[in-house]
Design a protein around this ligand. Structure first.
Ligand SMILES: NC(=O)c1ccc[n+]([C@@H]2O[C@H](COP(=O)([O-])OP(=O)(O)OC[C@H]3O[C@@H](n4cnc5c(N)ncnc54)[C@H](O)[C@@H]3O)[C@@H](O)[C@H]2O)c1
Length: 443
């Protein structure tokens, strides 16, 4: 079906989205005054925050947070990272143990930049200690962790923003609003394309660097000899600590898929996944290339697949294999498709983007500044754009993909009960055993 639009209006607005990199003028106009506008605050008016996990992302987040908050403490189990962060944030008091940070009454919120296997323990302890939380994605290590986290946020009435910042990127919101308002006719299929992971190895144990407490870093996960590639930065390519790019990038693009589907507090009903390559014994364990098929109760199907044309950080490293597409989210309906990724939105028919939505169209939560939105909500006590349940449900979709890749056959899922349908073998994968003394009841 061709979308009705006058030629004059089409030419005027299509100029504004040349190359798909600029947002259409009508969307910018309609978004004005619609999005929260967070302004930097004076020092006396700022809450005190602590950064827990001072690696690359935690420090980046805290640089953004410093516009809205005083950085009062930094915490890391690697003394070198800790020292660097303390210097970077004006001599903020340095801690090795996050439990000591949480004892401080003058800290109002924390930024959690630890690896995935630490997110939930620290987030639960922080909320129980009365702190609001900006937590990096993927929000959890298991589905069971997410259920616990949602409950604690409810009980403690704390604000938790998940660091899936594409929710505060207007291009992704535009795509989801168009899809929700049936710009593509009936939505039929969604493709989330995620960068392929590395397939390195085998790796050998080496002495633990003197600055690192390897036992503390491992936390609830099984004790293994120190291997450099298991630790800083590349922990995400090991099942023990994360889910590979399926959770690393899935926490971004699968999050957008659920937003467009209008199922951000629900999930799929079937999942079937498989690895596309074998991993090297003694090397990274998380599947580097994979394909997962989901279906939803409304009949929409969803393929989540790796793209070997993108490196793990999202950069272009080659030509996609047949059937692969560059990383991003593609919505397909009876009238055509929309593809959205970082810095780009495209459609099978340019008019899908340039024709304004009606005044009474469904509009989605508008945030143009992910960190600013968190601090707005810390003040207003309203829910942020990627609240705890959304963060949990988005990564649940990814965890289901991982479970299915690892188990092989098709699984049925009950998104209301958050368990597999009559499948106790698969239900065992909802949680993991925790190494003592680490539990979810630390405070
Ligand atoms: N939102 C995004 O776009 C984005 C981008 C990159 C990373 N991330 C996420 O940020 C998180 C951190 O990633 P990274 O690349 O910065 O990792 P990293 O390995 O560079 O940093 C993690 C830091 O946490 C520290 N740490 C580990 N256990 C700790 C504990 N118990 N207490 C205190 N510190 C501890 C480590 O020593 C390290 O300094 C990951 O969950 C990742 O998925 C998000």
């Amino acid at each position: 079906m061709r979308h009705p639009i006058s030629r004059r209006r089409f030419l005027k607005s299509s100029a504004a989205i040349a190359a798909g990199s600029t947002l259409p003028a009508w969307f910018l106009e309609q978004s004005r005054g619609h999005a929260a506008t967070t302004k930097p605050l004076s020092p006396n008016d700022k809450p005190n925050i602590a950064l827990i996990g001072c690696g690359g992302q935690g420090r980046y987040d805290t640089t953004l947070a410093a516009q809205f908050a005083n950085v009062a403490a930094v915490c890391d189990v690697d003394s070198k990272h800790l020292e660097d962060a303390s210097k970077q944030f004006g001599g903020a008091k340095a801690y090795k143990d996050f439990r000591k940070v949480l004892e401080r009454d003058d800290i109002h919120a924390i930024i959690n930049g630890t690896p995935d296997h630490w997110h939930t323990l620290i987030n639960i302890a922080s909320m129980k200690a009365g702190k609001d939380v900006y937590s990096e994605k993927p929000l959890t290590l298991t589905i069971d962790e997410g259920k616990r986290l949602v409950e604690v946020a409810r009980e403690t009435q704390r604000i938790l923003q998940t660091g899936s910042q594409q929710r505060s990127d207007s291009r992704f919101r535009l795509a989801c609003e168009l899809v929700r308002n049936r710009r593509l006719g009936q939505l039929k299929h969604v493709i989330t394309s995620l960068p392929a992971g590395p397939r390195g190895g085998p790796f050998s144990p080496v002495p633990v660097p003197t600055e690192l407490d390897w036992d503390f870093w491992q936390g609830q996960t099984p004790v293994v000899p120190y291997v450099r590639e298991r630790c800083h930065g590349s922990f995400r390519y090991w099942w023990d600590y994360s889910g590979g790019t399926m959770t690393d990038w899935g926490a971004h693009h699968n999050d957008i898929a659920l937003w467009g589907l209008g199922l951000e507090r629900s999930g799929p009903v079937t999942i079937q996944g498989k690895p596309l390559v074998g991993m090297i014994p003694g090397g990274f364990t998380a599947s580097s290339e994979y394909r997962v098929e989901y279906s939803y109760a409304n009949g929409v199907t969803h393929t989540c697949q790796s793209n070997s044309g993108n490196g793990p950080d999202g950069s272009v490293r080659g030509t996609p294999k047949p059937g692969e597409i560059p990383h991003g989210v593609r919505f397909e309906g009876t009238s055509g498709w929309i593809f959205v990724t970082r810095g780009k939105i495209e459609a099978s028919n340019p008019a899908f983007l340039t024709e304004p939505l009606a005044a009474n169209a469904t509009r989605l939560y508008a945030s143009n500044n992910h960190m600013g939105n968190f601090f707005d909500c810390v003040r207003s006590r309203k829910q942020p754009v990627c609240d705890v349940e959304i963060g949990h449900r988005s990564v649940t979709l990814c965890h289901l993909g991982v479970i299915s890749i690892r188990l092989g056959r098709k699984r049925n899922w009950d998104p209301a009960k958050e368990q597999f349908v009559k499948d106790s073998a698969a239900d065992k994968w909802l949680a993991r055993e925790q190494r003592k003394p680490w539990t979810y009841n630390l405070s």
